[in-house]
Design a protein around this ligand. Structure first.
Ligand code: PNS
Length: 166
C-alpha cells in the first residue's frame, strides 16, 4: 500500500500553539508528516536551525508519525526527494493568503507532483505569530498562552541574552 507523506514547512522561530495545531491535524490526515524547518531569505532568525528543530521535538514527543528536520534548499526539491505529495500550511487571516498563494503556485511550478493544502487555523490562534511571541517575551510579558511550557524558558533565555548583547 502507498504511504501518504506530507510536509509541514515553516520558519518556526519559535514554534507556537498555532503551528502545533496544524502539525497535529496533518498527522491525523497522513501516514507520515515531516516538519521541515526551512529558511525564509527575508527573515533574520532569533534561533538557530538546530534550536528550532529541538524546540518542536520537545513539544510533540508523542506524535509517532511525525519527523522533524532542518533543510536549507528549495522546498519543492525536498518534497520530491521524500516522495511527499502534499505541503500543509496553516492560514490565519486573509492577510496570509496572498503570500501563501504565491508560494503554493511557485512550488507547484517547481514540482508539479506536490499539492499545497491549506488548513484554517483554530480561532484561538487566529492572531498568533512567532514575532508576536518574541515581542511579548522581550517586554517581559507572559507567553504561556502562545507556546507550550516545555519551551517557554528557552524562548525567554534567548530574548534576555539578545537584550543583554545590544
Ligand atoms: O514560516 P514562514 O517564514 O512563513 O515559512 C516560509 C518558508 C520557510 C516555508 C518558505 O520561505 C520556504 O519554503 N523556504 C524554503 C526555500 C524555498 O523553497 N523557497 C521558495 C518558496 S516559494
Amino acid at each position: 500500500m502507498k504511504t501518504s507523506i506530507a510536509i509541514c514547512p515553516g520558519s518556526f522561530d519559535p514554534v507556537t500553539y498555532g503551528h502545533l495545531d496544524i502539525i497535529e491535524r496533518a498527522a491525523n490526515m497522513f501516514d507520515k508528516v515531516i516538519v521541515v524547518v526551512a529558511d525564509n531569505a527575508a527573515k533574520n532568525y532569533c534561533f538557530t536551525p538546530k534550536e528550532r528543530v529541538e524546540m518542536i521535538k520537545k513539544c510533540i514527543p508523542n506524535l509517532k508519525n511525525v519527523e522533524i528536520e532542518h533543510y536549507s534548499g528549495l522546498l519543492a526539491d525536498y518534497a520530491a526527494q521524500h516522495n511527499a505529495t502534499a505541503i500543509i500550511k496553516g492560514l490565519r487571516a486573509m492577510s496570509d493568503f496572498e503570500y501563501e498563494f504565491q508560494m503554493a503556485l511557485t512550488n507547484k511550478k517547481l514540482n508539479p507532483n506536490v499539492e499545497t493544502l491549506f488548513l484554517t487555523t483554530a480561532t484561538q490562534n487566529m492572531y498568533l505569530s512567532s514575532s508576536m511571541v518574541k515581542q511579548i517575551a522581550a517586554m517581559n510579558g507572559d507567553i504561556s498562552s502562545f507556546v507550550p511550557e516545555v519551551i517557554k524558558q528557552d524562548i525567554i533565555d534567548r530574548i534576555v541574552q539578545k537584550n543583554n548583547t545590544k
